[in-house]
Ligand binder design. Structure first.
Ligand code: SAH
Length: 398
């Protein structure tokens, strides 16, 4: 076994650690010169070399490692990973039993006790995401545990860290039986086509399950729907199955058209009755305003940052303007679903964007519901910043 190294934290680092903060921040480390090899188990100590916690060294965009245990005598070994994964699987027992939902998250990083690692379940297949070279170097434990505790069809992985250009065409298959993609998963009775071996994304964002259900159950019936930043059209599918009279999906990626047709088709929806537009959302808003188009339900789920040929969009800066565009094309009493996954601001600030947009548009609204990550995306209770998703469903009054 490789020797652990002692990493000294400054007063702020120690205070955060005492409060239960799981992330190790670079600027709290007093002796960074000892951090040489990612994946090393580290002992976090104070100025006087007193033991505080154990973790691992792994560089992500948000920090240089994660706390794993507060117990000096707990080893970071196969048994450690087995205990964390087993507990996480048990927490999702009701989802495993739900025959109407066959895709969800089974391990959510720091929320389940190991930052930098997530595992998603897709009807017998597991997709493991690695967020640093450090955690990736411990992969034998994770795959060993999966071999022992689950009966999988196949395992795929995504390396979500800088591999320094080593991988151009990456095959993400790890072990088991290769999938015949797309496979069709279920979510609250809806169907979604998923491909685990086709780049960074799979075809569906599992963290929006509750929002798809809300749209399907409560907001789509009898409404015309505009779904912006629609990707594979998952919200459009939920709306259509929920009784929307028509959906319009807008995304600038050309592959979004065939992917959206596929999602409609696997749900028995005639895609020719729906509109799919491959174009810039901001151009679509101009077009809609010029033609005085109005919708009963408008969905906004932009990426945190987007750069197209003409526009640069950042949710932290430009969300109010995006909302003003949406307000302009929403019918009186219509619904707006405003979503963001930007972790750099919280719900309070997000709601202030909504307020600002309605004021500037001389319009008024009422919030109908708010939500964040679904239960399977477990986050550390005391640190809302790890619960990055913010969704507000509101009604335009006038
Ligand atoms: N709402 C989707 C996920 C959106 S992912 C869902 O629930 O599945 C973000 C999408 O925004 C990507 O598909 C990307 O192609 C698209 N996108 C980014 N900038 C855009 C722009 N300016 N106009 C249209 N689409 C854009």
């Amino acid at each position: 076994m490789t020797k652990t190294i002692d990493v000294q934290l400054n007063a702020k680092g120690i205070t955060d650690l005492r409060k239960g903060y799981p992330l190790i921040l670079k600027d709290t480390v007093l002796n960074p010169q000892v951090l040489t090899e990612e994946g090393r188990v580290i002992r976090l100590v104070d100025r006087n070399w007193r033991f505080m916690a154990k973790g691992y060294y792994g560089v992500q965009n948000k920090g240089i490692g994660w706390v794993l245990t507060r117990r000096a005598d707990e080893a970071i070994d196969f048994e450690f990973f087995e205990a964390k994964l087993t507990a996480a699987f048990q927490r999702r027992a009701s989802l495993f039993e739900d025959s109407e939902t066959t895709a969800f998250r089974v391990f959510n990083g720091e929320g389940d006790g190991i930052g930098g690692l997530t595992i998603d379940y897709f009807d017998g297949y597991y997709m493991v995401s690695w967020y640093s070279a450090g955690i990736y170097s411990l992969k034998h434990h994770v795959y060993g545990v999966l071999d022992k505790i689950v009966d999988y069809r196949g395992i795929y992985e995504k390396k979500r860290f800088d591999t320094k250009g080593q991988y151009i065409e990456q095959d993400d298959f790890v072990r088991g039986e290769p999938g015949d993609f797309p496979i069709i998963v279920k979510e609250n009775g809806m169907h979604f086509a998923v491909d685990l071996n086709d780049g960074a994304m799979t075809g569906i964002f599992l963290d929006q399950r509750d929002v798809r259900k809300a749209i399907h159950d409560r907001y789509a019936e009898g409404r015309t729907v505009l779904n912006t930043f629609s990707y594979t059209g998952a919200f459009s599918v939920a709306a259509s199955l929920g009784g929307a009279t028509k959906t319009t999906s807008v995304d600038l990626a050309s592959r979004s058209e065939s992917k959206t047709i596929e999602q409609f088709s696997v749900n028995g929806i005639d895609y020719e009755q729906q509109e799919i537009r491959v174009m810039d959302v901001f151009d679509y808003f101009r077009y809609a305003k010029r033609h005085e188009l109005k919708f009963g339900l408008v969905i906004l789920d932009p990426p945190s940052f987007a750069r197209s040929k003409k526009y640069t969009f950042s949710t932290a800066r430009n969300y109010p303007e995006l909302l003003m565009d949406a307000i302009a094309v929403t019918e009186k009493n219509g619904i707006i679903v405003a979503s963001t996954n930007n972790a750099s601001f919280g719900m309070k600030r997000f709601k202030s964007f909504i307020d600002k947009a309605f004021k500037e548009a001389s319009s008024t609204y009422k919030i109908l519901e708010e939500s964040s990550l679904p239960k399977d995306f477990r986050t550390p209770r005391d640190f809302p910043e790890f619960n990055y998703l913010k969704v507000v469903i509101l009604q335009k009054i006038k």
